[in-house]
Design a protein around this ligand. Structure first.
Ligand SMILES: Cc1cc2nc3c(=O)[nH]c(=O)nc-3n(C[C@H](O)[C@H](O)[C@H](O)COP(=O)(O)OP(=O)(O)OC[C@H]3O[C@@H](n4cnc5c(N)ncnc54)[C@H](O)[C@@H]3O)c2cc1C
Length: 639
């Protein structure tokens, strides 16, 4: 053996041992974040919807122009508003319904690199899939740092029924750890669990699967978990606190390119669904973050290129907590080779997701077939499950897309657009995100990606807008900075001492009049804003009709799935842009996702408390409750 070969061999062994040493202790590769120089908020108390709509309405002449108007208030749109406002651009956002009312409240709630993509990266030696995993693993640590009260590391175990599975999953998850480590995304490292330990944590699990194969153990790996809708609302409120005119229940109804002097602008017409009025907004550029609706938004601006979306839908079901282990999720390989998860979430167990081609609709519903597919997948490991155990069913649409051809002015003719149309199939789809810069219609569209990469998608979009030339005429141009969102914490995670008052601190202390489960709920949902919720409880008590403080801080009668209180409902109505009973039941609390029957029962009381906070007439209150009850149908099985 030559000296060169010996050196290479020794280097390889040394490298392997070194890597084992480094990767074995997660603290050596966990990222650290520097919040000491975090950009200060413009407004410590988050602006109300009334304020942000007021700001947006001031951009109604060609003399007062936004730099960027974001269309869509899901994960990506709110991320873009946060990124652009912290760089110094003048930003507005319109969301036709509520923040996260589209796909962004209907995810599996995982902050993950994607074990599915890892498999493809390894089996097909596909660098694109590898990059997806690496990027998402980097982003997952950032997300958890941005809002630790809404996120947590989540161990997930993969049951193994033969030796090949043990070797395959164990080495795959060690590779996952290594990719996380080199991309500064380590949470905790994976390990093997013996069968008896698996059965101890997951008491419902059987030691044989349906095909009578014996459980050999499980591989446990780490990802993150979040409350997706509350994360999105917090991103919107943080962007507003940095001065962005972020608004919900405002729909873009038309967008026209106009020339003012020697500048090209867009005149957008926006319909305020709460006040039933339409107003104009002038902007230098539109960012289309419409998720599944992004093709229709492109068309509103006059872009006649072909459709870019290949929508696929995914359904989840919610079961009682005992179907999941308490603090650990389970990856359930399904009969057809797809991956399903059973995940403990907010005291229940969610199981999902399916993946099927679909058409685009505002309120998609899961089908009977999808529900039985999910029940059967889990039943393989825990025995038969009665369909009466299903407490809620919900469905979301993935905005997967293909790349568009470049936009040219001549493509505005119908003839050319139809000749460029080709039928799309899912095999053309890339799971990474696409950013399409269309200078002709002054619109940048973003599609694809996933929740976990929302921040990186936003960064790429704002960089694309900033370098497109569309903002060259902006007075803000000279003072803007590069992206700073890696180190930005969301409202609720900024440890603002100003939020606490002596009364609220007493209430939140042990034995201070607020039950433990309610205190935990306030702290995990509102973070450092929990004292403000407690202040609302005290304030409500000071008005005679609300009784004592503890009444406003008591959980609603008949609601067991989540510890929700009148004080929390009032706080959301006043400070979290919660404008309808549905906003509260579906996205400020998550009751509709956890137990639709309880959400139905709670709707009238939620209507009363919100009506009192927002000054609704009794007719307005009844209408809101009626709308909320109608909207809850989407949490039941469709045909
Ligand atoms: C079933 C399922 C499970 C998933 N699980 C995970 C997961 O566990 N982890 C993960 O990382 N990713 C997951 N994803 C992916 C992730 O949820 C999506 O990629 C992400 O939520 C998409 O966000 P978005 O902002 O692009 O779209 P959306 O959230 O759909 O937002 C688009 C918004 O645009 C608004 N809009 C449309 N038209 C207009 C208009 N004219 N004017 C104003 N507003 C308008 C809509 O109301 C909507 O709110 C999952 C996806 C699905 C479907």
């Amino acid at each position: 053996m030559g000296i060169f070969t010996k050196l290479v061999g020794a280097g390889a062994v040394g490298g392997f041992l070194g890597a084992c040493y480094v990767f074995n202790d997660p603290s050596r590769t966990q990222p650290s974040f520097d919040s000491t120089h975090m950009l200060p908020l413009k407004f410590e108390q988050q602006p109300t919807r009334q304020q942000t709509v007021g700001w947006l309405r001031t951009f109604n002449t060609a003399n007062n122009v936004l730099d960027i108007l974001v269309v869509g208030g899901g994960a990506v749109g709110c991320g873009v508003a946060l990124d652009a406002s912290t760089r110094g651009w003048k930003v507005g956002l319109v969301e036709a319904n509520d923040y996260a009312s589209g796909t962004s409240s209907r995810s599996t709630k995982l902050i993950h690199g994607g074990v599915r993509y890892l498999e493809k990266a390894v089996l097909h030696l596909d660098p694109q899939q590898y990059n997806l995993v690496a990027e998402a693993l980097h982003e997952r640590a950032i997300m958890i740092n941005q809002a630790p009260h809404l996120c947590r590391p989540l161990p997930t175990f993969i049951p193994c029924y033969d030796a090949i599975e043990v070797i395959k999953y164990y080495s795959a998850m060690k590779l996952y750890d290594a990719i996380a480590a080199v991309n500064r995304g380590t949470l905790l490292n994976s390990y093997f669990k013996r069968p008896v330990e698996c059965l101890n944590v997951f008491r419902k699990m059987t030691h044989e699967d349906k095909d009578r194969q014996l459980l050999l153990g499980g591989v446990v790996y780490y990802d993150g978990q979040m409350d997706d809708a509350r994360f999105c609302v917090s991103t919107a409120l943080t962007a507003a606190s940095y001065g962005a005119a972020v608004t919900n229940h405002t729909e873009l109804v038309s967008a026209t390119q106009v020339t003012v002097g020697d500048e090209q602008l867009v005149k957008a017409e926006v319909f305020d669904r709460i006040h039933k009025t339409t107003f104009s907004v002038y902007t230098r550029c539109l960012v289309n973050a419409g998720g599944p609706f992004s093709d229709s938004i492109r068309k509103l601006a006059g872009d006649k290129r072909r459709e870019s979306l290949v929508p696929s839908s995914g359904t989840h079901i919610t079961l009682p907590a005992q179907y999941c282990p308490k603090d650990i999720a389970m990856l359930v390989p399904s009969q057809d080779g797809r991956v399903t998860f059973a995940v403990p979430w907010l005291g229940s167990c969610i199981v999902g997701t399916t993946d099927a081609p679909t058409s685009i609709s505002w309120n998609p519903r899961g089908t009977v077939q999808e529900v039985s597919f999910l029940l059967n997948s889990l039943a393989r490991y825990v025995g038969p499950i009665d369909s009466k155990e299903v407490k809620s069913v919900w469905c979301g649409i993935r905005p997967l897309s293909v790349k568009l051809p470049p936009s040219t002015a001549s493509e505005d003719s119908e003839e050319q657009s139809s000749s460029s149309s080709k039928p799309l199939s899912t095999k053309d789809v890339v799971r990474e995100h696409n950013v399409d810069v269309d200078v002709v219609h002054r619109m940048v569209s973003v599609t694809g990606g996933k929740w976990t990469t929302y921040r990186k998608m936003a960064e790429d979009v704002v960089t694309a807008v900033s370098t497109s030339g569309m903002l060259n005429g902006s007075p803000s141009h000279a003072a803007t900075t590069p992206c700073v969102t890696e180190n930005i914490k969301l409202v609720g995670a900024r440890q603002t001492a100003a939020a606490a008052t002596p009364t609220s601190s007493t209430l939140l202390s042990e034995g201070g009049g607020v039950a433990d489960d309610v205190r935990r709920r306030w702290e995990s949902a509102f973070g450092d804003r929990a004292p403000l919720v407690a202040s609302e409880a005290a304030l409500m008590a000071s008005k005679r009709r609300w009784g004592s403080t503890s009444d406003a801080a008591k959980t609603l009668p008949g609601v067991t799935a989540q510890s929700i209180t009148e004080a929390e409902i009032r706080y959301c109505a006043l400070f979290e842009h919660c404008e309808t009973v549905s906003d509260y039941l579906q996205r400020r609390s998550r009751l509709a996702f956890l137990n639709v029957a309880e959400a139905r029962a709670a709707a009238p009381r939620v209507g009363e408390v919100m009506g009192d906070a927002l000054g609704w007439s009794s007719k307005q209150r009844d209408d809101h409750v009626k709308d909320a009850l109608a909207s809850l149908v989407q949490f039941t099985v469709g045909s």
